[in-house]
Ligand binder design. Sequence first.
Ligand code: A4P
Ligand code: MG
Length: 154
Amino acid sequence: MSTRVTGAPRTLGDGAAPVLDVAYIALGSNLGDRAAHLSAARAALAALPGSRVIALSRVEETAPLDASPQEPYLNQMIVLETTLRPRELLEALLEIERGEGRVRTTKWAPRTLDLDIVQFEGQTVTEPDFVVPHPELPNRDFWRRELAEVRLQR
Ligand code: A4P
Ligand code: MG
C-alpha cells in the first residue's frame, strides 16, 4: 500500500519553520482482520510526509452505534503532528482507507477501515463535505474517552 500526497510543506515565509497542525484522528474497523487494518493505518499515518505520531490511545472494542446487526468495532485515537493542510490530510486518510480495501456502500455500513478527523488543535473547518470538529463528537463516548487518554500523553 502506498500513500502519496503532493505539495510542498507550508511555511510562514522564506526560511521559516513549517506550519504544524495537530490532528486528532479516529481509527475504526468492524470488518475483516480488524487489528491488522488498524495496524496498517498506524503505519501509514506515521509515514505521511511532514507528519509524526505524537500520541495514541489504547485500542478498544465498542458496540456498533447503528441499530442494525453489525460486528463490534475496534476503535483507537491517534494524534498526528503534520505540515499537511487539512484538505490534504483528509485526502491522505481516504487513500489509506482505500489501501485497506474500504468499499463505500451505505452510510454506516460495516467497514474495514474508517479514518475520521475528530479535531484540530486551534482551527475549525466548515466546508460542505468536510467539518472539524467532527459533528458526531458529542454523541460518541468512546471518542471522548480516547481523547482524554491521548491528552494525558501531551
Ligand atoms: N467528512 C466530513 N468531515 C469529515 C471529518 N472530520 N473526517 C467526509 C473525515 N471525513 C469527513 O465519510 C463520508 C465523508 O465524510 C468523507 O468522504 C469525507 O469527505 P464516510 O466514512 O464515507 O461515511 P460514513 O463513515 O459511512 O459516514 P460518517 O457520517 O462519516 O460516519 P462516521 O462518523 O465515520 O461513523 N460504531 C462504533 N462502535 N465505532 C465506530 O467507529 N463508526 C461509524 C461511522 C458508525 N458506527 C460506529 C463507528
Ligand atoms: Mg468516516
